[in-house]
Design a binder for this molecule. Sequence first.
Ligand SMILES: NC(=O)c1ccc[n+]([C@@H]2O[C@H](COP(=O)([O-])OP(=O)(O)OC[C@H]3O[C@@H](n4cnc5c(N)ncnc54)[C@H](OP(=O)(O)O)[C@@H]3O)[C@@H](O)[C@H]2O)c1
Length: 342
Amino acid sequence: MHAPTPAPAWQPADARYAQQAYQRCGRAGLKLPAVSLGLWHNFGGIDDEAHSRRLLRHAVDRGITHLDLANNYGPPPGSAEALLGRWLRDEMAAHRDELLISTKAGYVMGPGPYGDGGSRKYLLDSLDASLKRLGLGHVDIFYHHRPDPQTPLDETLGALDFAVRSGRARYVGLSNYPAALAREAAAQLRALGTPCVIHQPRYNLLERTPEQGLLQALVDEGIGCIPFSPLAQGLLSARYLGGDIPADSRAARAHFLKPAAITPALLAKLRALDTVAGQHGLPLAGLALRWLLQRPAVCSVLIGASQTHQIDAAVAAAAAAPLSDGALQHIDALLADTPASP
Ligand SMILES: NC(=O)c1ccc[n+]([C@@H]2O[C@H](COP(=O)([O-])OP(=O)(O)OC[C@H]3O[C@@H](n4cnc5c(N)ncnc54)[C@H](OP(=O)(O)O)[C@@H]3O)[C@@H](O)[C@H]2O)c1
């Protein structure tokens, strides 16, 4: 007789699915939670694993079914996938199929000619390495992380198609592709029989480039949009409104958000937005997320979080009443001359 497997100490909350709305991703049958969690920061080998696990449990308990990774998330690169793999094994083994796990390849992952780009070799070797770190047989979405002008598009897309046909991924997506290339890639993937279901652009109140053609392309092609950095890495929150850089903030810790980017002009704009948010009964971060969820093609917002209350704030924002036309016009007027965010 086998000894019974001990139950994990933690179990997901029974009421978790009542806390989120789940929307279809473009024309696909796949549904995404209004709020998804990315593991770019706070889940690496340099971070406190006990705290990272707390964030993951909290997200699942709030109905967040979608966890987003890339091969290079860490630091060191690969360590976020390894952490998620350990957590899935230790605490979520019985619930793996309740999660939508995505990963990507396309930025620098390793040295030499096969550690970057969009070649078939890099993408498929990288996906195999991701699956190993995650301890999974498949991911739910495999993305090409950014366009690679040195690789023929059909080679990159053929690799994505193969990822699905070989059982390594359920769906494929693209990230950071400009509008015309996204349309071309969508047509090629459809012809291959593996449609592009989702696109990940950087899109937030301070970064409106996707409005110059990409969102329309996604609507036309039936592709869901999941904006990354919806809070511009925390700028669109109360974090920096006081004019200083809190010691535990991303701007103080990581080089991706530089304190020099927080100019007096930007602060003035953020404070004005904060006033609009207050008029609508929302914190600034809530306004930023609510606004995105009302944009064309958007099916989920892909947040980051260093603290559990940030996850709660995002889930509350998604559940808040939609912004009125008047509020949307007010926001557009305020941001008319906003430069691209960091
Ligand atoms: N495809 C791509 O090329 C690409 C690129 C970047 C990101 N992504 C994906 O998008 C995910 C999210 O990106 P992101 O982390 O930049 O998203 P974000 O939501 O714009 O920023 C998250 C950060 O903002 C701060 N924050 C969040 N909620 C807050 C609140 N209520 N009040 C105050 N501060 C708050 C936290 O930073 P602190 O508390 O540390 O200050 C948090 O870590 C990534 O994890 C990744 O999965 C994809």
